[in-house]
Design a protein around this ligand. Structure first.
Ligand SMILES: *Cc1c(COP(=O)(O)O)cnc(C)c1O
Length: 381
């Protein structure tokens, strides 16, 4: 596929995964049905949410969350600029306004509660909290701010599968949690996503809006339970299918051991990186959180050499990435006038590099990455 010696990420598929994905094809029913409900039940039990809904991808989950909360024209949604562009795109698609906030500090790259407070206006309706790299946002500070200003909270848990802060899982702090099962995420179905909520009323809207706002599903009609339907919301088709749901259930069974392995790799990295000068490793004070480690971001203090450093690593077969270019720097956002005051985000993203990170990584591969980083940093300094 690619000739990276050490890729950025590597999904794992066992023979059980392959069997699971083939079963719906053999049986003949592939659109949303019993396997989706089984996947949802397993996920619900794991995260202890009252309601969970599987959808076709994480972006659809975020869009559905905004729509279910009734966020629309002119409403302001506060979110970090340091996140994947999908977060802001779905806000704009709802004709709402993204309000970009800065990170907390050089050590904590999640969105700053102080900056949230500063940027709340009378048009604000919601906060989209992104648990960057798997590290939970400071939800114990963000939730009271949201309450005080009557704002909804959507959590983007695409990086934070089974991350826990102060005993509460990511996805259950706010009104709605949104997960992604894209190929590079900790658990994957190729494309896939999940919403979590403890709110019965929101759950009912999500259930309807996931499938056209219709009162019955194709499966109900197939089984003869229902002849026709009414449409009670303006919905989407954001359903998942049985092939992906079966793969999701299979992957979910291994998640605990995979997350433990990620944790080990994270600690190996910390150990091997600790004597390298010229870098900052964020989140080192997050020892009390239960982190579902997703990516390994570092900051190169001499940010002017970042791109050359990435090229040098590439020459040695090591794939790296940038998480993320700030959203307010993208052309579409600049041209639409979504400016933002996020100086720390701008500084951190100009020197950020994401190192290879996946459960099947060997200790030797981690050493190769760290050695190459040390050598090339010296050469470029
Ligand atoms: C992957 C990701 C998404 C989007 O999920 P998709 O399943 O790719 O649509 C949203 N937010 C963050 C932070 C992500 O990493």
């Amino acid at each position: 596929m690619s000739n990276w010696k050490i890729p950025l990420f590597e999904p794992e598929f066992t023979s059980e995964d392959i069997e699971a994905a083939c079963a719906p094809l053999r049986e003949g029913w592939i659109s949303m049905g019993e396997r989706t409900y089984a996947f949802e039940k397993a996920f619900r039990d794991k995260i202890c949410a009252a309601h969970v809904f599987a959808v076709c991808n994480g972006t659809a989950a975020l869009h559905l969350a905004l729509a279910a909360l009734g966020i629309g024209r002119g409403d302001e949604v506060i979110l970090p600029s340091l996140t994947f562009v999908a977060c802001a795109n779905v806000i704009v698609q709802q004709c709402a306004i993204p309000v970009f906030t800065d990170c907390c500090s050089e050590e904590d790259w999640t969105l700053s509660p102080q900056d949230i407070e500063r940027k709340i206006t009378h048009g604000a309706r919601a906060i989209m909290a992104v648990h960057y790299a798997g590290f939970p946002c400071r939800m114990e500070e963000i939730v009271p701010i949201a309450r005080r200003h009557n704002l909804a909270i959507i959590e983007d848990c695409a990086h934070a599968l089974f991350s826990i802060r102060k005993g509460k899982p990511c996805g259950l702090w706010g009104d709605i949690g949104c997960f992604s099962f894209f190929t590079n995420k900790n658990m994957t179905t190729g494309e896939g996503g999940m919403l979590t909520t403890n709110d019965d009323r929101l759950a009912e809207r999500i259930r309807l809006m996931r499938s056209h706002g219709m009162t019955t599903l194709t499966l109900d009609r197939h089984r003869g339970y229902a002849r026709s339907y009414d449409v009670v919301e303006f919905g989407f088709n954001y359903r998942i299918d049985e092939i992906r749901a079966a793969l999701g259930s299979s992957q979910l069974q291994r998640m605990d051991s995979r997350l433990l392995r990620r944790k080990e790799i994270y600690w190996h990295y910390l150990e091997k990186l600790k004597d390298i000068d010229g870098i900052i490793i964020p989140f080192q004070d997050r020892t009390e959180d239960n982190v579902g480690y997703h990516i390994f971001p570092i900051y190169i203090k001499k940010s002017s050499i970042r791109d050359q450093l990435m090229d040098a690593l590439k020459q040695e077969g090591i794939q790296t990435s940038i998480h993320y270019p700030p959203i307010h720097h993208f052309m579409a956002y600049r041209e639409a006038g979504y400016s933002a005051e996020c100086p720390l985000t701008e500084r951190l993203t100009s020197g950020e590099i994401t190192l290879p990170f996946y459960p099947s990584m060997s200790e030797e591969q981690i050493s190769i990455v760290c050695e190459s980083l040390r050598r090339n940093l010296l050469a470029l300094s």
